[in-house]
Design a protein around this ligand. Structure first.
Ligand code: GTP
Ligand code: MG
Length: 185
């Protein structure tokens, strides 16, 4: 029969990586060019049908600012799933994402379904144009990061997708993939 699954999901990642934008896209189908930085955390819920089940995500969109770091365990504790978000045009945000993965591996629920989202995938084309114009090698850098992220995800038991809250690319897909991987109780 059809199963109803309630699932707590947390988004973690560097300031400005696009956590709130991904949630806004997923829950409301919207994108805001000047999304305000989250204070503390924000709560949303969204229901998704997958195969044999209806998954109700209870989503905690955390604040990336360092001063809120100590609040994070409240949101990831007991979470069934996490999306760790970085910005593909910002290497430092990828390093920050890896720190979050480490923290979840040591402090989080061991059965947590974890996704790594390389967000702002739409910026690749912008960078390509810039790189062709001034030969900065940006394309190479971004390409390497994608492979690096994929490999990192594989080694650490996450699944990886590049997303864009702006164009909606892979946004529903990443939540859908999480829903499929949640344990069926
Ligand atoms: P904090 O709440 O401060 O931790 O940041 P956040 O991770 O929630 O980032 P937020 O969603 O606020 O996005 C930061 C900025 O990046 C905003 O101006 C967004 O419009 C922009 N942004 C988010 N996602 C994308 C994307 O996929 N593509 C592009 N081009 N811009 C994006
Ligand atoms: Mg935010």
């Amino acid at each position: 029969g059809n199963k109803n699954i309630n699932s707590k999901l947390v988004l973690l990642g560097d300031v400005g990586a696009g956590k709130s934008s991904l949630v806004l896209r997923f829950v409301k189908g919207q994108f805001i060019e000047f999304q305000e930085s989250t204070i503390g955390a924000a709560f949303f819920s969204q229901t998704l049908a997958v195969n044999d089940a209806t998954v109700k995500f209870e989503i905690w969109d955390t604040a990336g600012q360092e001063r809120y770091h100590s609040l994070a365990p409240m949101y990831y504790r007991g979470a069934a799933a996490a999306i760790i978000v970085y910005d593909i045009s910002n290497q430092a945000s990828f390093e920050r994402a890896k720190k979050w993965v480490q923290e979840l591996q040591s402090q989080g629920n061991p059965n947590m379904v974890m996704a790594l989202a390389g967000n702002k995938a739409d910026l690749v084309d912008t960078r390509k144009v810039a790189a062709e114009a001034n030969a900065t090698g940006f394309v190479l850098q971004l390409t390497c990061l994608q492979e690096e992220a994929q490999q990192y995800a594989q080694e650490n038991g996450l699944f990886f997708m590049e997303t864009s809250a702006k164009t909606a690319a892979n946004v529903n897909e990443i939540f859908h993939e999480i829903a499929k991987r949640l344990p069926r109780v």
